[in-house]
Design a protein. Structure first.
Length: 345
């Protein structure tokens, strides 16, 4: 959106850090599947875990179990995190199903593991972390179908996870995982198997919500960040184009562009987006379109910082605010969605 161009002005604190570290990151347009996966597993994951390790709650405060979900004759891994009930806690916990980022081609259960353990204990949530199959080995819709199967598994196994969807049933994800969460929430709305146990809210962090080649005429003046931030640090337009190529998806497929789906009767949404992110405007337009459909939405924008800034630069004031805001956003979703599942089957 034209009125959001100022959000692309680099944050001074970020600019200082980036000037010192830019050389460690690959130049735009040089990404490969192998380099992306190496960066995630050998650089990003360890950095995130080292940052969060001192903040992990004691192991006695939560339980972690590994499980599998059947999909297309195969199985995908999930990691389930649940708080150990305190003396005053008798009812089940709200349930969150989470999809990691990584451009649909990288990322795994470890990327958000420590982050989700912390949220589980702090916010009293049972969480299912999903290891969906990746492109290009598995083209679209494989990863999305995996996530939907995991959502159904979580719904049907909530008691096993010390969870009760009557207290809240959230779907969330970051980046590519944000796309998957948005697509899944639309599917679940129309699926009668969720009657009485529908998701009560969705969390989208820096989500991809429209294929770059599916930009309809009526939104051309509102989706400008892909051009404004095409050379942004961390992830620019060239990287995004590569990720979509790996998905092997037709730009006209409706579920690659949740922005263009009908948003009637969706549950409340909480959205976070970075101002220097090529994906910025689609997230802000999604917020607008949801509100026009009467869907409760809340969002936070972080001016002048790029996609994934909070993972790579946790010391930034914007990153600290991001962490505070997600907690407030989840609490808001649980409050606003508390009446959506009045009975639990």
């Amino acid at each position: 959106m034209a009125e959001y161009a100022h959000l692309s002005t680099p944050d001074p604190e970020f600019s200082v850090l980036w000037s010192k570290l830019q050389a460690a990151y690959p130049p735009p347009g040089t990404i490969t599947v192998a380099s992306q996966r190496h960066a995630m597993t050998s650089i990003v994951n360890p950095k995130v875990m080292d940052n969060l390790r001192p903040r992990l709650p004691p192991e006695s405060a939560y339980r972690v179990t590994e499980d599998q979900v059947p999909v297309d004759g195969e199985k995908i891994a999930i990691r389930c995190i649940e708080p150990v009930p305190r003396d005053e806690e008798t009812a089940g916990f709200p349930l969150l199903v989470w999809f990691h980022g990584g451009g649909w081609i990288s990322g795994d259960l470890d990327l958000d593991d420590f982050y989700l353990r912390i949220l589980s204990v702090e916010l009293r949530l049972s969480i299912v972390n999903v290891d969906y199959r990746l492109a290009p080995e598995h083209k679209f819709l494989t990863g999305l179908n995996d996530c939907y199967a995991a959502l159904k598994w979580a719904m049907n196994n909530a008691p096993k996870l010390s969870a009760s969807v009557s207290r809240g049933f959230l779907v969330g994800g970051a980046s590519a995982g944000g796309h998957l969460a948005a697509a899944v929430i639309h599917r679940a709305r129309d699926d009668p198997s969720f009657d009485g146990r529908r998701p009560t809210g969705h969390i989208l962090q820096s989500p991809s919500l429209i294929h770059p080649q599916a930009n309809p005429e009526q939104y051309k003046t509102q989706l400008l960040s892909l051009e404004q931030n095409q050379d942004a640090p961390m992830i620019g337009r060239a990287s995004l184009n590569f990720f979509f190529e790996c998905l092997q998806v037709d730009a006209s497929h409706p579920e690659i562009s949740p922005l263009l789906l009908s948003h009637e009767k969706l549950p409340p949404a909480y959205i976070q987006v970075a101002g220097l992110d090529p994906l910025r405007d689609e997230a802000l337009l999604y917020t607008q379109l949801l509100r026009e459909c009467g869907v409760l939405t809340n969002f936070d924008v972080y001016p002048g910082v790029p996609h994934g800034f909070h993972l790579n630069f946790p010391q930034l004031a914007a990153s600290i605010k991001w962490e505070t805001d997600i907690r407030a956003g989840i609490r808001w979703l649980l409050k606003e969605g508390s009446s959506l599942n009045s009975t639990e089957l």
